[in-house]
Design a protein around this ligand. Structure first.
Ligand SMILES: Nc1ncnc2c1ncn2[C@@H]1O[C@H](COP(=O)(O)OP(=O)(O)OP(=O)(O)O)[C@@H](O)[C@H]1O
Ligand SMILES: [Mg+2]
Length: 325
């Protein structure tokens, strides 16, 4: 960033954060590599181009081809502690983004619990198809991805993926995903740390870490951050998200739950990554995963959860979700 000419720095300062990030990606060889078009231009012309880019990035239907080239983002959902809501959050993001018109690829990279595959393929129609195991064996994505609907493909989970837990390469998955024409790739994972997770993180732009307010989750998160530091993934946009969040008790500041919550909030390592949007505990989520075609939308029963998820997606991707999911 320090190589940026002075006049560019001025413009980027004065543009919204997400737009600025897009410009950086264009300049420094991010997805699509369209940055060269902009290299010689003056400040006024950059300003002139911004609204054009902003428009097609936020309207996938208008120019899908251009949109996909610039924008493909890979989102991993991972925690080392089990049962924190990874698959639920992955399913919510997949359904919300594909429902909003974005082309999505869902990958079930959980080698022990294929609940995401089950959620997206209730009828079990895809049982004979290739899986994530075949992808790791070297088969191309087109032979492993199953069409769920016009905007969503799925690579199913497979217990045989365990064979790759100590694989030598952390770049297998990243290589397989190169050049794809999706807007978002969303990857669910096992509650563990191994070279499958290393592959997922290396391939990802964004990491969602759902956490519960308990001591085991806190300890697992510390360990996870050590591992993330080892991988040196400086550009991984990481979000710690409180799931099943219980508000701190105001009448009893010393309550155990408050102490645990403060452990997270006051931890200097975690602080910059804690997303201010929290997800409440709600039976809506259980129905979501277990009942086929159950939808979260603005209707009374699901309204609160709908607003929470919309705000969360807006804060992470700067996308407005208008439909149910
Ligand atoms: N906000 C929530 N409110 C209530 N229940 C929730 C919430 N989030 C998740 N759950 C429930 O918690 C359970 C665990 O969620 P989920 O399967 O998504 O976790 P996971 O992290 O994927 O688990 P695993 O580590 O086993 O893969 C599920 O029964 C799910 O319905
Ligand atoms: Mg899961």
């Amino acid at each position: 960033m320090k190589y940026l000419p002075e006049n560019w720095r001025y413009v980027i300062h004065r543009t919204p954060r997400v737009t600025a990030r897009i410009i950086f990606e264009m300049i420094f060889g991010g997805p699509g590599n369209v940055g060269l078009t902009y290299a010689p231009v003056q400040r006024t012309r950059i300003i002139f181009y911004l609204p054009l880019h902003y428009r097609f990035l936020h309207s996938p239907e208008k120019d899908p081809q251009k949109h996909m080239e610039v924008f493909m983002k890979t989102i991993a959902v991972n925690t080392i502690k089990g049962g924190t809501g990874k698959s639920t959050l992955a399913a919510v993001f997949i359904n919300a983004l594909s429902g909003a018109g974005y082309r999505c690829l869902a990958i079930d990279a959980d080698a022990s619990n294929n609940s995401l595959s089950f959620h997206l393929d209730y009828s079990g129609e895809l049982e004979e198809s290739n899986t994530i195991f075949n992808l790791f064996m070297g088969d191309p994505i087109r032979d492993c991805a199953n069409k769920i609907n016009d905007r969503l493909d799925l690579i199913r989970g497979d217990v045989r993926l365990n064979e790759f837990r100590s694989t030598d390469s952390l770049k297998k998955l990243k290589r397989s995903l190169q050049g794809l024409k999706y807007d978002f790739v969303i990857i669910d994972t096992s509650p563990t740390y191994d070279n499958i997770i290393g592959n997922v993180l290396t391939a990802s732009d964004i990491l969602l870490i759902p956490v519960l307010q308990d001591l085991f989750t806190y300890q697992a998160l510390r360990y996870q951050f050590e591992k993330l530091a080892d991988l040196e993934l400086d550009n991984l946009d990481t979000h710690i998200i409180f799931n099943q969040f219980d508000k701190p008790q105001t009448e009893n500041q010393d309550a155990y739950r408050n102490q645990i919550t403060n452990l997270f909030l006051e931890d200097k390592t975690f602080k910059p990554f804690i997303n201010p949007n929290r997800i409440s505990r709600s039976s809506v989520f259980r129905k979501y995963i277990n009942k086929a075609h159950y939808r979260i939308d603005g209707k009374t029963e699901t309204m609160k959860v709908y607003e929470e998820i919309k705000n969360l997606i807006k804060s992470i991707l700067d996308i407005d979700i208008k439909e149910g999911f």
